[in-house]
Design a protein around this ligand. Structure first.
Ligand code: ADE
Length: 255
């Protein structure tokens, strides 16, 4: 898949793309990420990308024209993108479901805003989606764009070596992950749970399922509403007196 990212801080985004899973995915050609400097799409001498807000008030607003010009250049080069995602604290909360939807797109464009905001016409005319990575305000959309690229790249076939580890990931089933341990079996007086040393695969599977479920019930009970739970898991939640888990739902698959 191809991802175009439009930003006024291309080096910041490029640095984030260079390492780890995303860096390897780019190097292997599994994803093609192109970073565009928004200032390259200005026509004035000082490459100005912001202006004062109509109606007054503090701060600056990002001008529409450079974004429209950037999108026109991307379209001219690679055709109309399948989705144009604006990163903004006012967007829908980005979830694993968005990542699964975005990875189906062959060509994604991410627009990073800065300053107090972005001219509303960018949102109206260019963006197909607007997402926020959480209820806090960052200085711009660059870190959120990197978060989106990372979450999406992990889902591209072949990017994560062991496909099972994507399957077991937190949120792949809508649950938090189970606890992980490696050697040594005892460290600073803390022992790894015996079941993990037992070699009983079925017991290990059950322990992992139960601890993932318990963690989710304790920390993020709201996730249980949409999780793909089987009858055993529902019975466990009832045994633990987790409220709101009553009727059997249709199995939603790996949601
Ligand atoms: N830009 C500033 N804050 C943001 C957030 N939380 N998510 C996405 N984009 C942002």
């Amino acid at each position: 898949m191809t991802i175009d990212i439009v930003t006024i801080f291309p080096r910041m985004v490029e640095a984030g793309l260079a390492e780890g899973v995303v860096g390897r995915a780019c190097a292997a050609g599994r994803i093609d990420v192109v970073v565009h400097n928004l200032r390259d799409f200005t026509t004035d001498k000082h490459h100005v990308v912001d202006d004062v807000p109509f109606g007054g008030g503090p701060g600056m607003v990002m001008k529409p024209k450079p974004f429209f010009a950037a999108l026109a250049a991307i379209r001219a080069r690679r055709g109309t993108p399948d989705a144009v995602v604006l990163l903004s604290p006012a967007g829908e909360r980005f979830t694993q479901a968005h990542a699964r939807r975005f990875v189906e797109k062959a060509h994604l464009v991410l627009l990073c805003g800065r300053y107090e905001g972005i001219d509303e016409r960018v949102r109206e005319a260019l963006a197909t989606d607007e997402v926020s990575i959480g209820d806090y305000v960052l200085s711009g959309g660059e870190i959120p764009a990197l978060a989106v690229v990372d979450a999406v790249a992990r889902l591209v076939p072949g990017v994560i070596g062991d496909e099972q580890s994507v399957e077991a990931d937190s949120f792949t089933r809508g649950l938090l992950d189970y606890p992980h341990y490696t050697r040594p079996a005892e460290f600073e007086g803390r022992r790894v749970p015996d079941v993990l040393l037992s070699g009983h695969h079925e017991e290990i599977r059950r322990w992992r399922r139960d601890t993932a479920l318990k963690r989710t019930a304790d920390r993020r009970p709201e996730l249980l509403h949409d999780a793909a739970l089987d009858a055993d898991e529902r019975a466990l939640l009832r045994a633990w007196d987790v409220p709101g888990v009553h009727a059997e739902r249709q199995n939603k698959g790996s949601k």
